[in-house]
Write a protein that binds this ligand. Structure first.
Ligand SMILES: *Cc1c(COP(=O)(O)O)cnc(C)c1O
Length: 426
């Protein structure tokens, strides 16, 4: 590993030798007072690549030219539109294409999957999740408990960081699963924590859940396109994600779901069904028997949302071109450099006002570095924004910075550090 230096010269040198450096110009970088801002908010909404507009226009043109015939005659026939995605997502998820389906939105998919995988019985009814999960996940789990006529307070078991810590300990997660194992129906956790950026040990959690006789699912909102995943080999039962964060597919973009192939022909796994999930040969016979497609596609309900998928294809093509393993390599280096720069500033500041709460180990974080500010947090955040550094604020005092490999640079990390340093010193 190279030793980092907190100088512009050093950062520029890293950019010049960066194999992914050329991808930045393929994106629109929002402006701040006429100059590109430093956009470290790709964990909230990824930027638009310049190829998106062409994809969207093609789909609009096909609609104009073909009308209903576009289902069959469009450049990408609408009836099979979502079949282009699993192949592109497979290396990002570590899944077989048949285990991936692109549909709906994240929370919708979480519900659809829980309908299949959360089937409480008198003795096995608990759901284990992380404390302070993203609110949508909390509401989803609570409402699933209510759907089954159960008290969410008795169903949901939360794993919290130890006193004085912000991150979860692996042994605490595993011992919680062991402790509640016999009563646990599902372990459902965020694979990467949205607040701290911590990457959990997903294979160990899946193994522990299975040993306890429970299913294991992950919310991959902050993991997909960010950190390496091997969902199939880890034997994860189900997972869901959104595509507007690290996958750069646009606001409200179509989301995705993963179902392990061992369930494709499992008749005991009930689901909410719709006509697009049924056997493709028989779909248009309009008969009354639901015959699920033996793949993740069998969880689809409704007609493919073509106009909400146009940008997704363009965004995923860039990942394919870059190679996901190269994206991961740069993620490691860029985030390590950000931690180095933040440490330099934090250690030099009076009272050490900056505390990095993201785990240091390169395998335990992705792009995102979360810092806790012990003083004037919101003022620091506002000041960063005024100076064109776009980061994200989380109550009560956390700033999340996420430089992403495809469009951020080492020089931006350096510059953001200098701006932060001045703000803290003032
Ligand atoms: C971003 C995010 C969501 C958002 O859910 P939507 O259904 O896409 O609005 C849910 N869960 C987590 C963990 C997230 O980070």
């Amino acid at each position: 590993m190279v030793t980092f230096e907190n100088t512009r010269e050093f950062a520029v040198h890293l950019d010049e030798t960066d194999p992914l450096g050329k991808f930045r110009e393929r994106f629109y970088i929002p402006l701040h007072q006429g100059k590109p801002c430093i956009y470290f908010a790709g964990n909230s909404l990824g930027l638009q690549s310049k190829s998106v507009q062409e994809h969207v226009m093609n789909d609009l043109e096909d609609w104009a030219n073909f009308g209903v015939e576009g289902h069959v005659h469009a450049r990408i026939p609408w009836i099979r539109y979502n079949e282009i995605f699993p192949q592109k997502l497979a290396p990002i998820l570590g899944a077989k294409p048949a285990e991936i389906v692109v549909m709906n939105a994240l929370t919708v998919n979480l519900h659809l999957l829980l309908v299949s995988f959360y089937r409480p019985t008198a003795s096995r009814y608990k759901i284990i999740c992380e404390a302070k999960a993203f609110p949508s996940d909390q509401y989803a789990l609570q409402s699933q408990a209510l759907l089954h006529g159960r008290d969410p307070g008795e169903v949901i078991i939360e794993i919290a960081p130890r006193e004085g810590s912000h991150i979860l300990r692996k042994e605490d997660i595993l011992s919680c699963i062991r402790e509640h194992g016999a009563e646990t129906a599902v372990v459902m956790i965020g694979g990467v924590n949205y607040y701290t950026g911590q990457v959990l040990d997903m294979p160990s959690i899946a193994a522990a859940a299975h040993q306890a006789g429970a299913y294991c699912g992950f919310d991959l909102a902050h993991a997909v396109g960010n950190v390496p995943l091997q969902l199939h080999d880890w034997e994860v039962d189900f997972a869901c994600w959104c595509s507007y964060k690290y996958l750069n597919s646009g606001p409200g973009a179509v989301a995705g779901a993963f179902v392990h192939d061992k369930f494709f022909r499992d008749p005991t796994l009930v689901r909410l069904a719709g006509w697009v999930g049924t056997n493709k040969e028989r779909r248009f016979r309009m008969d009354s028997t639901f015959d699920p497609i033996p793949s993740a596609e069998g969880w689809q309900l409704s007609t493919t949302q073509v106009l909400n998928m146009s940008a997704h294809g363009a965004a995923l093509d860039l990942f394919e071109e870059a190679g996901f393993e190269n994206v991961v390599d740069k993620m490691k280096k860029l985030s390590a450099y950000l931690m180095f720069v933040l440490d330099e500033i934090g250690n030099a500041s009076p009272g050490r006002v900056i505390e990095i709460i993201t785990p240091r180990d390169g395998n335990e974080h992705g792009c995102q570095v979360s810092i806790l500010l012990h003083d004037r947090g919101k003022a620091v955040f506002d000041s960063l924004k005024q100076q064109g550094v776009i980061v994200d604020w989380r109550e009560p005092n956390v700033i999340r910075l996420a430089p992403v490999p495809l469009y951020n640079t080492y020089e931006e990390v350096y510059t953001a550090g200098q701006i932060l340093k001045k703000i803290i010193a003032s």
